[in-house]
Design a protein around this ligand. Structure first.
Ligand code: ZN
Length: 180
């Protein structure tokens, strides 16, 4: 039989204060980064991870409004920005239109008229029932990495091509924050 131990940390008041300060800073950086991404004009590329870090950490520290960011380690702050990036790429793959992509090979055939009930994939030749194909795709998104790795192996990116996603249609972006 394996013994189990439970640990609990009791931070001192000073440590509690430090932690609260750090979490507060991470939250601010996360929110600032989110604001930057959201204010990107449609049709323009989102700022890269390193660009975001530069804006909401390095440059922000030099401003009177955010100078207190210098009081905490920048490693967790940078991690916050990276987490935001991960949150976005999850959202993006979730929003991938399920009826426009082959559930077999990931090939994107684009919008098809609602009256068309079945599709033959131009890439792999599989014939799909429209709804069945969409359901399979949804299942794959639920399975997480599986569908990504499968599709990438076939040379098809599941990531957005062309136009960036309209953020206004994605209320769940907010729910991804750990700090709210
Ligand atoms: Zn296919």
């Amino acid at each position: 039989m394996r013994a189990r131990y439970q640990y609990r940390i009791y931070p001192t008041q000073r440590q509690t204060q430090k932690l609260a300060q750090l979490f507060g800073c991470c939250r601010v950086v996360w929110n600032d980064a989110l604001t930057r991404v959201k204010s990107t004009p449609s049709g323009e590329k989102w700022p890269s991870n390193s660009e975001l870090q530069k804006q909401v950490i390095t440059q922000a520290k030099k401003t009177p409004e955010r100078h207190w960011l210098s009081d905490v380690s920048s490693v967790p702050l940078q991690q916050s920005v990276r987490d935001l990036g991960v949150a976005f790429s999850n959202v993006i793959s979730r929003w991938e239109p399920t009826s426009q992509t082959c559930s077999e090979c990931g090939y994107k055939w684009g919008k098809i008229d609602l009256s068309i009930r079945s599709v033959v994939c131009l890439n792999c030749g599989t014939e799909h029932d429209r709804d069945e194909n969409a359901a399979k795709n949804i299942e794959k998104v639920g399975a997480g990495h599986t569908h990504d790795s499968k599709w990438i192996k076939n040379g098809h990116k599941t990531r957005v091509s062309g136009n960036p996603i309209a953020l206004s249609n994605q209320p769940s972006v907010k729910q991804l924050s750990l700090f709210d």
